[in-house]
Design a protein around this ligand. Structure first.
Ligand SMILES: C[S@@+](CC[C@H](N)C(=O)[O-])C[C@H]1O[C@@H](n2cnc3c(N)ncnc32)[C@H](O)[C@@H]1O
Length: 244
């Protein structure tokens, strides 16, 4: 089963995360052409759209996709208020109405989070199809090992240590507070899956979800008093196509 979020958990209010995105997204800044950007699973937080616009000004076409109508309505209202042109598309990002090689940048912010490995692979395959040969897929992926580390260090998600952070049969992480399973890539698995799709991981870093906003979201989620030490990590990757 897949979940359709309305009130979406987002890491995008942490300045350190936005900084990371800024570096990668700026890659085509010197190119004198319109840069086409895809934001699959954009959710309701518009920080990525704002960032793209601040880097490329009018030289971009931004397409933001989510299957949650409510999330899109919130995002649309905000970018309209800010006068940032964005084409919102309310659909499943595993099958998108664009030609091959259409996009220069695909920005993934914690959006490949299905409980089905097959769905996650299909999504990546679709983004690979849409990426032009010089293009960049950039963004962050939750990591099961990050969740485990988080349970050990924050004491917030004790259930991951008792009833099991990873269900071995389905290979999913169970998130008790939201009652959902999510199938996360391990670093090696992501590397192998990309290789099969003729995608090359150019860099893979640990990205710490740190800062007051993240800590606040965690304390709200777990209904615990605010603690500035609540932090988590995921994988930040830059991916390109193999060129002959
Ligand atoms: C964890 S939220 C992240 C939202 C946003 N990228 C951010 O960082 O704030 C995941 C988002 O991806 C969307 N999503 C997940 N799978 C999707 C799919 N197959 N098609 C369209 N949207 C999807 C969800 O509706 C949700 O808005």
């Amino acid at each position: 089963m897949d979940y359709q979020y309305k009130d979406v958990f987002s890491i995008l209010d942490s300045p350190c995360i936005i900084d990371k995105f800024r570096n990668s997204i700026s890659i085509f800044k010197e190119k004198k052409k319109i840069i086409r950007i895809l934001i699959p699973g954009c959710g309701s937080n518009t920080k990525i759209q704002q960032l793209c616009y601040s880097i490329y000004k009018e030289n971009i076409d931004i397409y933001a996709v989510d299957w949650s109508e409510e999330a899109i309505a919130i995002a649309k209202k905000e970018t309209n208020l800010l006068n940032i042109p964005v084409e919102y598309i309310n659909c499943n990002f595993n099958c998108l109405p664009f030609d091959d090689d259409f996009f220069d940048i695909v920005i993934i912010s914690n959006s490949i989070v299905s409980d089905s490995h097959e769905n996650n692979i299909n999504a990546l395959n679709e983004f690979a199809r849409l990426l032009n040969p010089d293009g960049l897929i950039t963004g962050n992926f939750p990591c099961a090992f990050g969740m485990f580390d988080y349970a050990l260090t924050s004491g917030l998600a004790d259930h991951w240590l008792t009833t099991g952070i990873v269900d071995i049969i389905s290979r999913t992480v169970y998130e008790e507070s939201q009652d959902m399973h999510q199938r996360f890539f391990t670093p090696l698995e992501l590397f192998s899956v990309c290789k099969e799709m003729q995608l090359k991981i150019e860099s893979m870093n640990i990205l710490f979800y740190d800062g007051a906003d993240f800590a606040q979201q965690m304390s709200t989620l777990y209904q615990l008093p605010y603690n500035e030490n609540f932090s988590l990590w995921g994988l930040y990757v830059n991916i390109k196509k193999y060129t002959l």
